[in-house]
Design a protein around this ligand. Sequence first.
Ligand SMILES: [Zn+2]
Length: 509
Amino acid sequence: MNKLLLIVALLVSTSKLFAQPQDDSYQYKIDLLNEKNNKVNVSFILPKNNLQRGKFVMPKLIPGYYDALNLGQYISDFRAFNKNGKSIAAKRLDTNTWIVSDLKNIAKISYKVSGGWEHLMQNTSNGKSTASMFKKDSVFIINYSSLVGYFEEIKNRTYSVTLKKNRKFFPSSALDYISKNDTTDIVSAKDYRHLVDAPVLYCLPDTTWIKVGNTNVLVSFYSKENRSYSKTLATKIETILNNQQAYLGGKLPVNKYAFLIYHEKIPKGMMADGLEHSNSTMCLYGSNTLDRLPEALMGVASHEFFHILTPLSIHSEEVQNFNFLNPRLSRHLWLYEGMTEYATIHMPIKQHMINMQEFIKNIEGKIKGMDKFNNKLSMTEMSTNAIKMQDQYMNFYQKGALLCLCLDIRLRELSNGNMGTQELMQKLIKRYGPEKPFKDEDLFNVITVLTFPEIRQFFKDYVEAGRPIPLKESLLKVGLDYNESAKTVLEIKNPSASQLSMRKAWINQ
Ligand SMILES: [Zn+2]
């Protein structure tokens, strides 16, 4: 009996010893160390499969960007090999896709990837924050969507990426990098979307960590001219994040967040390019000096950080299962961008960071901003057609934010001051969350159930049908007079008790 047990135990331990590395994941290798002519070598082992052939995809589009990027344009020298190192046929179909034969016998695929830009003043077809940038001796900005792909037939797999890099470089990212040795880092992601959602900045470290509640926030800075500046930026960001945390009920829904800031000296003026991610913001900033960077960054930081609510924690299936080749877009950009921007202007007044006059000025800014767009369009249609209607997209930051202001006041009115958009968002986070998407067509009904029957009509009129938002009547309820022809907002001289109590509930003033 004992002997048998021993043999069984031995068998178990030997089988563990000889266990193959996880074979249902994509295992990528990216060599930054030997970057040459603005190109890096990339290779990968694909998950075990039984396929005769497969279609390899690089993204045509990525979440949060509503123009075709065709990220396959950076790929060259695409080759597939079997385990004996023999070439297997691979044919490029178009910019973003390749057909690879005999997929089940492929041991390795390799290709080269070009950097998308070299300096901020350069003219490029795509927004720079969507591409990667390689400067061998100083900095790498890695957006995995331009380096890593997937097979259409083998989706929803984990990724492990091993990066070879300069021994002095440090990776800053929302994902955790494990240092295997001086020149090798490894990062894992639970799927493709998760990986491409977390860009990384590789350079000599200038990093500062701050703790906001339970969230570890990394501020990482790169500038050729200026070292040791992350602490200055972190101090500025910290104030805003603490106020955002209080605004969100004292608890943040993420454990880690990263601000990745690249600065480049340009002769004059100022330029900024950025792209939102769930747990990080990559900000590219050009200026002659750093004088105005902290202020500029605070503006970006407050909007981007609020995305930890939506889409990160509240999003539809279209976002969760984003199709990188032919995406079907969600109808709720009013929520993802409108609510995020509303929180960005609402938080400072609610947290007593600004006064009433400054708040009113921000509202007037949105009213004037909205004027440049077609305000008769349905916001749900603008959202699902965001790619075709790019000229209207920026209105989600204007009209979308003001719509959420009206919704906030309507909710306060119906709830006797107890519930506004802040409380609504908390209810939605509880019901959904990062791993549980909502059905696009259900959201308005769900919000109605969570709030008041009257809210369904609000969405019908102002989001689905595209009626002009009820700004004048909403602001009147909180004692503000909106002059529609002059586009001004004034405080009413002798507000009623009801107006005063509504205003108190709305902005705590
Ligand atoms: Zn945004």
